[in-house]
Design a protein around this ligand. Structure first.
Ligand SMILES: [Zn+2]
Length: 341
């Protein structure tokens, strides 16, 4: 696969991007270069169609199209961040020639919207130079609004450029363990089976955590380490995977820990079972007390989610609430609890 990636706009001067709460030109580069890395690491040939400086807007646009048309691309992807007059508009959208609803384009919007952004859909981009003048199948992605406070917060909370790059990547290259079974149904079946046997963690909560933490099985950990939950070593003797961790401070600030070591598995099923093992056995005092005692076997998803939060499962400050609101209730995941209580 040969993919042309354009980090939208020049850095400064003519052709420069919008200046919102974050700078468009800066963040198109963060997302674009993360996407290029991901594509290269997975065997794609990447053509960088980014132009840092131009004497005019039209010279900038021509230079981008020239880069793209120099090669036989399978995809031309231009990354942007949106802005609106009153700074109130929000959400993700994508533009294609004549608004063609390529499945990949629909999936990219859907994947990004799963971080809480409104999905504004795939729109007609025939009027956009880099869509109209490029020969390859082309998409221009407006990740979210760089001048909207909620959107910028969601972008950072989700994990920033790394997770957006993954959401875009998995839209154009989808190969996962569950192939033709919906992700929630697949994980739900494993969670229910284990619940019936061992009564550790309520299935709706397992599925919500798996969706949230792995972005529906598309995250780097889910793909490369078969790990649906970000569980660090904590005494683990099995396979491992090294990747940067995104953590949140109690005041809401986000920070990253490079070279974090994560548990890795042979399959998603093993990951779900190990996550339940972890909940059932995690102790920080040599086994005298179990960290998650209050939620083991509990059949009330609200109590379980609140318990995960209060027992310190995640550093994200709204982790428990988000499991309930953004996943269990939104996607009716308590259906996985029926008949198995
Ligand atoms: Zn733009």
């Amino acid at each position: 696969m040969v993919v042309g990636v354009n980090c939208g706009h020049t850095r400064t001067g003519a052709g420069c991007g919008a200046n919102g709460i974050i700078s468009e030109s800066e963040y198109t580069r963060k997302v674009g270069y993360a996407l290029m890395e991901l594509l290269k690491n997975n065997g794609a040939v990447v053509i960088d169609c980014t132009v840092d400086k131009a004497s005019s807007q039209s010279e900038y646009l021509k230079a981008v199209a020239a880069f793209a048309n120099n090669e036989e691309l399978d995809w031309f992807i231009s990354i942007h961040f949106n802005a609106s007059a009153g700074h109130l508009a929000n959400g993700v959208e994508a533009y294609t020639y004549k608004g063609r609803k390529y499945q990949d384009a629909l999936d990219i919007c859907e994947n990004i919207s799963r971080f809480g952004f409104e999905n504004r859909g795939v729109r007609d981009g025939s009027g956009l130079y880099v869509i109209r003048k490029t020969k390859a199948k082309a998409i221009l992605i407006e990740v979210c609004f760089c001048d909207n406070e909620d959107d910028v917060r969601k972008f950072h909370e989700a994990g920033g450029e790394a997770v957006i790059a993954e959401a875009i990547y998995s839209g154009i290259q989808k190969k996962t363990e569950n192939d033709h079974i919906p992700f929630d149904a697949y994980i739900g079946s494993i969670a229910r089976r284990d619940w019936k046997e061992r009564r550790i963690l309520l299935p709706s909560v397992v599925v919500a955590q798996a969706i949230k933490e792995s972005c529906w099985g598309t995250s780097e950990l889910a793909r490369n380490a078969k790990a649906l939950f970000g569980i660090k070593l904590n005494g683990w003797k099995g396979k491992t995977y090294i990747k940067t961790a995104t953590e949140q401070k109690p005041d809401g600030g986000i920070y990253q820990v490079k070279n974090t070591i994560w548990r890795a598995y042979d399959s998603w099923e093993q990951s779900v079972i190990d996550h339940n093992d972890y909940i059932a056995t995690r102790s920080t005092d040599g086994g005298k007390t179990l960290r998650y005692a209050e939620i083991i076997g509990c059949i009330d998803y609200k109590k379980v989610c609140a318990g995960l939060q209060s027992c310190g499962y995640a550093t994200a400050i709204n982790y428990g609430e988000s499991l309930i609101r953004d996943y269990i209730e939104k996607y009716h995941l308590s259906m996985f609890d029926e008949y198995s209580l």
